[in-house]
Design a protein around this ligand. Sequence first.
Ligand code: 6LW
Length: 504
Amino acid sequence: MTTLHNPLLNGFHPDPSVVRVGDEWFLATSSFEYLPGIPIHRSTDFETWELVGHVATRPGQLGVETVPTGGGAWAPTIRHHDGRFHLVITDAMGRGMLHFTADDAAGPWSDGDLIRTEDGAGGVSGIDPDIAWDADGTCYVTFSGLQFDGAMDPNAPTHLGIQQVRVDLDAHRALEEPRSLWSGTGLMFPEAPHLYEIGGRWYLMIAEGGTERGHAISIARGDAPEGPFTGAPGNPLVSARSTPRPIQNTGHGDLVEGPGGDWLCVLLGVRPRSGTRAFSALGRETFVSPVAWTDGWPAIAPVQLDPRSGTRVEVAFDRPLDDEWIAVRRLPGEVADLDAHPGRLKLRADGSTLADAMPVFLGRRQEHLTNEVTVRLDASAGVGGLTVRYDEQYHVDLEVGAGLVTARAVIGGLLQEWTHPFDGGPLDLHLASRRPEPGTGLLSTSDVFHLAATIAGERVELARIDGRFLSSEVTESFTGRVIGVYALDGEIVVDRWVAEGHDD
Ligand code: 6LW
């Protein structure tokens, strides 16, 4: 029996899509404005997952260099057909709806082709594309008809429901105008469609209700890939709405046959902490739940929280960076220099700051709710530090330079700083997320940041900052916390990175 740990992928890994190839499973998730983009994890037992590569590892595969915060790589679908891996995704406010292929899911992947409309004038307009083939080899792209029109009102965007086109994949061109399909039970934002042929029937599974607390998964079935589809009597199959479950916002699922032939559903969720509002510090993560079939309909069990034991990651920068390192709208290799000082990481400032679209920043997803990162850093020749970020407007920094160690909270337009004199040289910076002290009454929060530095052998705590301000609810973010090192002026050198965390 497979042990299903949840989270399946810790840290911000939303919008999961999974495909089985023989006795291997490959799982793709969204990456938004970060590069490398679209991480691919692999497993042979659905318990242990290994990051084997990314789809977007070269400039130009995605157009994230110019996307606004939260744009970029939204919601992939990964499939395997005729011996090749296929991945479709919308590069939101970037290149549009793209199709990538690869012989090996670990890469290299193709440059990505825009899926054009029937008249070839532009790209098919929508998000969350799915790709499926019928027995004749006809290719169906089914997607959510959210329109990124210029006057898009985020609270009332133009949404055409679930749509579908047949596509000539050689020409990357739709063969028809988009057709509307069954679009759920009437909840808002029908999206994340996936089309399956199972047991001689065609199933259309979607998310609806929005990716927040009302998120849900619903399904319909029909006799043909283009429908008509009839909704399941038990819809929604999944939702945590109005429940006290520790995993909320469950939705955006993908079905797959797991080890031993049991069906599974991977889906996104969050682990909010605090009172009735609660705050999801890490953003949307990937979870998994068993599926049981009855009378030709799937039933998906509520996601059971079963976190793995904690982790410790130690990086000495004496070898190439591993694939977990990410940068904002540019590749890590454009900001990280491992050659200038062998065994050390150098970041050279380029005039950008953390408020800019392309900061000199190199980070990793925060994967645990209780977590501490320590870096040994030398800012003798510049200004820089360690930060946990959601985006340009929401980050908490520990900075060294100009004779000071500075703790800083940037929360929307608000800024607060705490300083401690420092006479230079290498030092250890500590950025921790800890559970809040047991308080009185109902008021609490997700976690508390503890910002400290070891100066002259003594650990000095500069500040404690409420962690709610860096949660997906407060920041209105699709991503999650990313912890990394950055340079603002001159150059900084990092000797060691140690990240330890657990989910107790
Ligand atoms: C994704 C869509 C969604 O494309 O958010 O809210 C988008 N739901 O399914 C980014 O995760």
